[in-house]
Design a protein around this ligand. Structure first.
Ligand code: ADP
Ligand code: MG
Length: 600
């Protein structure tokens, strides 16, 4: 007798559920994506107990007729993929026809749907249809999923705390809301509202709904394209950063994608503008011909493959760096909200220059039903230039705007240079400033094709273990590229004969040792550019004045002048700020002075 049997559909759905529905957020994701595919403009997600008790998704999409409402719970029932050709041109979020049968096999689902005439209500539990009735004629679909995993106790146990489930769902809904600013999303848990967006197609407004006003105020609009890709979106000021990588959001053809290479590219483009262990807030909408991507990697479909990844990486890197290098200005000290009424009184008193900062600050809170207006259009519009002629204008503005003229008046604790000009006061961290100046000098030297080298009078010898020796021998090219001349010297030993000039005297051994250690540690992952950056930062730091060194006004002016010439004068080699600006009106506010000129 044959042993092999074809499994029944309910069992195979349950197995598929193990892949497709891992936890509450997977159900929310599948249902919301179905609503989006059904062209809904309004999607409400109501949870009870973080979705463990109930998940209800209400949409105003096109709905289903009686037959579809029944068949949609069958395996591989989909309206979205009909032929093999379609697989390479997918422009819907779902296409496998696996989600509904999987969900229905591990919960109780009530589907209410209608095309506008007599509606249908299907009740299905553990994969078995319990009832099919007529329903009302509201166009759209309501999917209610109750008691998820009630019949798969192992999976139920696997669920984390309610807090974690809710956090995951919120994060997902935030991202999908950012991908679809044209859809009105509402998310509630136990009847309290967690997120509400207005669906008015304004990405910046959606960013505000999610991250709050303070973050939305500090975003640059970006837009760039090449032959393969078009990118639009917002990138955060470097100072608005987070400990988690989760806030770099990439949306490819309307699909939120989690791709570590894209995240790395975005984060690297911010290098030296922010500390390395913090990550920026970035929302990028990437449009690409669907035939250039492969979404068919995993049922949860968060990652995709790009066939022209290099072209995309180059575009993102260029786009972000261009904006940061041109648009970052001195961070402005901001006093707390309570003091804002004083600002209002001061508005007419302060001169034009202050208005620039004023407008940057005055991104007024939007009231519920008012049409959304961007108060700081000024700032935003500035970043919109894309044709060459205008680019040049921006370039010219840049010098004056980015690094204002300022005059030193003294030094605090041998550490902070105090400067002033007509618009206010600047505090400069002397060490951080020097570090930046030195970093850019080293970078310039390193960029020269062939570095000048110095032969060591007394060559340095280094002993390694046999395993280390083998790894190093495989990576000799890295040392060669750095112009460090090395020779084999007996068993498992090397001798260093010369090194490039950018390695300062007395630092030769420690720096070269670190280089070799890193090569050995990183083995095949050794990334020479990244490594050079960290070495340059270290060298720049070592070469910069220490705190508590008293210097003359003239020397302070020299530091300022050198800093002004830097590509990024506002951050030290490690991404910390070099200077902070206290506009006059902030100084006035601090002393509660109003209604008269600053000079009185
Ligand atoms: P897929 O989304 O991969 O096609 P699903 O199992 O998620 O598979 O859904 C099966 C089918 O049910 C979809 O192809 C669609 O035709 C229909 N459907 C599901 N949800 C909705 C909805 N909210 N509105 C309209 N049709 C829906
Ligand atoms: Mg689906």
């Amino acid at each position: 007798m044959a042993n092999i049997k074809v499994m029944d559909e309910i069992l195979s759905n349950k197995i598929a559920a193990g892949e497709v529905v891992e936890r509450c957020v997977s159900v929310v994701k599948e249902l919301v994506e179905n609503s989006i595919d059904a062209k809904a403009t309004e999607i409400t997600i109501n949870l009870q107990e973080a979705g463990t008790k109930e998940i209800r998704v209400i949409d105003n999409g096109k709905g289903m007729d009686h037959d579809d409402a029944v068949i949609c719970f069958q395996r591989h029932a989909t309206s979205k993929l009909l032929s093999e050709d379609d697989l390479f041109r997918i422009n819907t979020l779902g296409f496998r026809g696996e989600a509904l049968p999987s969900i229905a096999s591990v919960s109780e689902v009530i589907l209410k749907t209608s095309l506008g005439n007599v509606g249908t209500i299907v009740n299905i539990k553990g994969g078995i249809v319990k009832s099919i009735e007529n329903g009302d004629s509201r166009i759209g679909t309501i999917m209610t999923v109750k008691d998820l995993f009630y019949n798969t106790p192992a999976r139920l146990k696997h669920m984390k705390s309610l807090y974690t489930e809710l956090a995951n769902i919120t994060e997902y809904v935030n991202k999908i809301a950012l991908s679809y600013p044209n859809i009105k999303f509402t998310l509630t848990n136990n009847d309290s509202v967690i997120l509400k967006t207005d669906g008015r197609s304004d990405l910046l407004k959606t960013i505000k709904d999610i991250y709050g006003l303070e973050v939305a105020k500090k975003m640059f609009k970006v837009s760039k394209s090449n032959n393969d890709y078009t990118i639009n979106g917002y990138i955060g000021y470097p100072e608005v950063n987070r400990t988690s990588r989760n806030h770099m959001i990439t949306i490819v053809n309307g699909r939120v994608v989690r791709n570590s290479e894209l995240n790395r590219t975005i984060n690297d483009s911010y290098h030296s503008y922010k500390p390395d262990n913090r990550y920026p807030i970035v929302v990028l909408e990437i449009d690409v011909d669907p035939s250039l991507i492969d979404v068919n990697i995993h049922p949860t479909k968060m990652d995709i493959k790009f066939s022209k990844m290099d072209s995309l990486i180059e575009l993102i890197d260029k786009m972000i760096k261009e904006v940061l290098d041109k648009k970052i200005i001195v961070p402005v000290f901001e006093s707390k909200k309570e003091d804002n009424e004083v600002i209002d009184n001061l508005n007419d008193k302060i001169n034009e220059k202050h208005d620039y900062y004023e407008s940057a600050l005055n991104f007024n809170e939007v009231k519920e039903d008012e049409p959304y207006v961007l108060i700081n259009e000024d700032l935003i519009v500035k970043h919109d230039h894309c044709d060459c002629e205008k680019e040049i204008v921006v370039e010219e503005e840049k010098e004056e705007q980015r690094f204002p003229k300022m005059y030193p008046v003294g030094l605090i604790h041998g550490t902070f240079i105090v400067c002033q000009n007509d618009t206010g006061m600047y505090l400069i961290d002397e060490h951080a400033a020097m570090e930046r100046v030195n970093l850019e000098k080293i970078e310039k030297q390193m960029k020269q094709k062939k570095h000048d080298t110095i032969a060591l009078l007394v060559p340095i010898t280094m002993e390694l273990t046999n395993a280390e020796y083998i790894i190093l021998k495989q990576n000799m090219k890295a040392l060669e590229e750095l112009d460090i001349e090395v020779e084999e010297f007996g068993v498992n030993s090397i001798i260093i004969k010369s090194h490039p000039t950018w390695i300062k005297k007395d630092y030769e051994e420690v720096i070269i040792r670190r280089i070799i250690e890193t090569i050995i540690k990183e083995e095949s992952n050794f990334d020479i550019d990244k490594f050079l950056r960290s070495i340059m930062a270290m060298a720049a730091c070592k070469m910069s004045v220490r705190a508590n060194t008293n210097i003359s006004l003239l020397e302070m002016q020299q530091i300022i002048d050198e800093l002004a010439k830097c590509n990024n004068p506002f951050n030290c080699a490690h991404g910390r700020p070099t200077m902070i600006f206290y506009p006059n009106y902030e100084l006035l506010k601090l002393f509660k002075r109003t209604g008269f000129d600053i000079k009185n």
